[in-house]
Ligand binder design. Structure first.
Ligand SMILES: Nc1nc2c(ncn2[C@@H]2O[C@H](COP(=O)(O)OP(=O)(O)OP(=O)(O)O)[C@@H](O)[C@H]2O)c(=O)[nH]1
Ligand SMILES: [Mg+2]
Length: 301
């Protein structure tokens, strides 16, 4: 009998959830960037090895939503913890534990309380950016907060089920130990995905995501939030992608002087596409799309 299960990865924006899911699956299944709210839907990354399949659910960062899009992102993350076999709450070592981290740990406790077989895990990530004492302190603080939250929720016994790991997703440190622990938590089950699948992201969506990753990595402040990418044509030889922004001034930023920024975006994205594929980019303005339910529905958020 094979074993298979779902592992939801939660945390506030920018703690390294997507980087961690990529490291755990040993593939690039989710885009990453230094700005918050990079992940916009629950992306599933699959690892099948030795008769055991793990499906990691990367989620949008939990945050104080300021737009309709933001509310939908939080909703997607909260929804991802239902019916899973393990929940990984990610916090980061170099930052003081804040309200977003508490929300994350509270969700972990709640998910574990409702499911006695669920494996609850806390990961302190970015250990490469903090000294050993800081990492240890963060682990201790997290476990104290988990105890408080579990006691307050009337389920103090849940705290003793939580396991703690420290990782540097970017370098891979600690990832193997975490993967081994999660693998052991997978129940007997048929596979949930075909054994050779690595993610649930369709090729058209992936091309759009690779473009958005490059736009966001080159942008600052509010621009990353204002960008949506969609594929308008996709064949084996060519992809056309529209970069949607909210205002003409943002269009100018994405284009850059003489279109240089857009060209750099295209070059970097194309390097990750199949050899010889032609990529055509266009920047279009759709006013205030982040706040409009009709547009969000159309964009699939
Ligand atoms: N130094 C260091 N940086 C990391 C590590 N893990 C992730 N990062 C960086 O942190 C930034 C955010 O990483 P993501 O994986 O996109 O974070 P996320 O939690 O998925 O963010 P959202 O999707 O916005 O919620 C990127 O610049 C990553 O390269 C790590 O272990 N060490
Ligand atoms: Mg992410």
């Amino acid at each position: 009998m094979t074993r298979a299960g779902l592992v939801a990865v939660l945390g506030r924006p920018n703690v390294g959830k997507s980087t961690l899911v990529n490291a755990l699956t040993r593939a690039k299944v989710s885009i990453t960037a230094p700005s918050p709210n990079t992940t916009r839907r629950a992306v599933r990354g699959v690892l099948t090895e030795g008769g055991i399949q793990m499906v990691f659910v990367d989620t949008p960062g939990l945050h104080r939503a300021q737009s309709t899009l933001g509310h939908r992102l939080n909703e997607a993350a909260r929804h991802a913890v239902t019916d899973v076999d393990a929940v990984v709450a990610v916090i980061e070592a170099p930052q003081v534990l804040g309200p977003g981290d508490r929300t994350t740990l509270a969700l972990l406790v709640r998910a574990a309380a409702g499911a006695p077989d669920l494996a609850p895990v806390v990961v302190v990530n970015k250990t490469d950016r903090a000294g050993r004492p800081t990492v240890v302190e963060q682990l201790v603080t997290a476990s104290r907060v988990v105890e408080e939250l579990a006691a307050a929720a009337g389920v103090p016994e849940v705290a003793s089920r939580v396991e703690y790991f420290a990782t540097a997703a970017r370098t891979g440190a600690g990832v193997e130990a975490l993967r081994d622990h999660l693998r052991a938590a997978m129940p007997e089950s048929p596979y949930l995905f075909d054994a050779d699948e690595v993610s649930d992201v369709e090729s058209a969506e992936w091309v759009a995501e690779l473009v958005r990753e490059q736009v966001v990595r080159r942008a600052r402040e509010e621009l990353p939030h204002a960008v949506h990418c969609r594929v308008t044509e996709l064949t084996e030889r060519r992809a056309r992608v529209e970069i949607v922004v909210e205002r003409p001034s943002q269009r100018a930023i994405v284009l850059g002087r003489g279109g240089l920024n857009l060209r750099a975006i295209g070059t970097a994205a194309r390097q990750q596409l199949p050899e010889g594929m032609y990529l055509e980019l266009r920047v279009v303005v759709e006013r205030d799309w982040q706040r409009r339910d009709d547009v969000l529905d159309r964009f699939g958020y």
